[in-house]
Design a protein around this ligand. Structure first.
Ligand SMILES: Cc1cc2nc3c(=O)[nH]c(=O)nc-3n(C[C@H](O)[C@H](O)[C@H](O)COP(=O)(O)OP(=O)(O)OC[C@H]3O[C@@H](n4cnc5c(N)ncnc54)[C@H](O)[C@@H]3O)c2cc1C
Length: 384
């Protein structure tokens, strides 16, 4: 049997969080390796809203100016733009040193080495890796979160449809995000460029997760058209003209705020970030932005303790420092994430309930609990 490969920092998952974390570490002069189970970089979900707090994180990662050029700023408070997920993923990956991302590597399980207390990773292809630090950025069904013993995520009683529509000549919509309601469906539309819009539908209720529809763009479009029957003509035209390579239907997971509050977010030198720590619905557009904030905070805390120049190479004595660094990161992030998750959940309930009385009640609760509706977007994750 081949000897296990030994690595310093292993990140699992090359989504927004894993890539941002590797880039943030690199900016601090710290090397890492990302294991990604897919054979290509995934950018599913068409587009993502980036609000002021997200732009702050992207500026720290050095890709803010370049990404801004791809989408128009929207009217309103703060800085908001919807960017293509593929643009974001490509720009995050572009600045990583060659060999950082290992595609087709799926993590199956993690355990702690009884002698060193560092993590040992079992991969699907039978290989075993030894890491000094393991960061789980492996999304909603995270193996690393499972290892930490965080409770399973829950399914939100609604589904989301998303797509991009290109217009051959300028569509003429104002640079804004518009949300309309009808037939117990919420429809969102945002201008991305003069010829491109992102749209989504929020469909309350559970859908059969084994149904074919999730993998069939034609069926998804048909369902979108049926659900928007009572919407204005321009909405139906937008859906009819959708780029079929971008349309998707997805069920929504969330981790209850109290599980983030009470969960064990570090074991030895293993931790989690992004959706694996705090998957939340899309209702206030914060899941991906919080993931980028995590990456900045984690890289800053690790760099504070382990210093890029000496690194972790051959240095098993640094375990205590690494554990302290991760504890600092968890402490910094926990309450921010509890608040974001709670707020996302209550907003999701408000948007998806058919009862007007309930909507008003939940709206009042949001005002009482969170006051300024945009306060969470002014958060500053600080310098790297
Ligand atoms: C409908 C919808 C709309 C949204 N809109 C917004 C928005 O407007 N703004 C916003 O900020 N957020 C939004 N979000 C949330 C945002 O998409 C997520 O928070 C973000 O993508 C999380 O990134 P991540 O890297 O943590 O996880 P993921 O994107 O899930 O990436 C995880 C990666 O890990 C890989 N992986 C998983 N398991 C393994 C394994 N065992 N071994 C190796 N690799 C593995 C996966 O292949 C994947 O590449 C939305 C979410 C939904 C569902």
């Amino acid at each position: 049997m081949d000897a296990a490969e030994e690595l310093d920092i292993v990140i699992v998952g090359a989504g927004i969080c894993g890539l941002a974390t590797a880039l943030a570490l690199r900016t601090k002069g710290i090397k890492s390796v990302i294991l990604e189970r897919s054979d290509t970089l995934r950018a599913s979900g068409a587009a993502i809203a980036i609000l002021t707090n997200g732009w702050r994180a992207l500026d720290q990662l050095g890709i803010g100016p370049q990404l801004r050029r791809t989408a128009l700023p929207l009217q309103g408070r703060g800085e908001a733009r919807w960017v293509k997920r593929s643009d974001l993923i490509e720009m995050l990956a572009e600045d990583l040193p060659h060999g950082t991302i290992r595609l087709g590597c799926q993590l199956l399980s993690v355990e702690l080495d009884p002698f060193t207390n560092f993590p040992t990773l079992q991969l699907r292809d039978g290989r075993i890796l030894k890491a000094k630090i393991l960061i789980g950025c492996d999304g909603a069904s995270s193996k690393v979160a499972e290892f930490l013993g965080i409770k399973s995520n829950k399914l939100f009683p609604a589904c989301a449809m998303r797509g991009l529509t290109y217009y051959p000549s300028p569509h003429g919509f104002a640079p804004e995000f518009v949300r309309t309601h009808g037939n117990n469906v919420v429809c969102g539309r945002s201008t991305m460029t003069e010829n491109l819009v992102f749209w989504f539908l929020l469909l309350p209720g559970y859908h059969d997760r084994d149904s074919d529809i999730f993998n069939d763009p034609e069926q998804i479009k048909q369902m979108a058209l049926e659900k928007t029957n009572c919407f204005p003509k321009e909405t139906k035209e937008m859906i009819k003209g959708c780029d079929m390579t971008t349309i998707s239907l997805t069920y929504l997971w969330y981790r209850p705020a109290w599980d983030i509050l009470l969960g064990t977010l570090r074991k030895g030198t293993v931790t989690v970030a992004g959706d694996s720590m705090h998957v939340m619905g899309p209702f206030i557009g914060q899941g991906g932005l919080a993931a980028m904030e995590d990456s900045i905070a984690l890289a800053r805390c690790l760099a504070h303790k382990i210093h890029g120049e000496t690194g972790l190479e051959g240095n098993y004595g640094l375990r205590k420092e690494v554990e302290e660094a991760i504890d600092m990161y968890v402490k910094e992030r926990r309450m921010r994430l509890v608040r974001l998750s709670a707020r996302t959940y209550v907003t999701g309930l408000m948007l998806s309930t058919p009862s007007m009385k309930m909507k008003l009640l939940l709206f009042a609760l949001i005002i009482v609990l969170f006051q300024d509706p945009l306060r969470h977007t002014s958060y500053n994750c600080g310098h790297l």
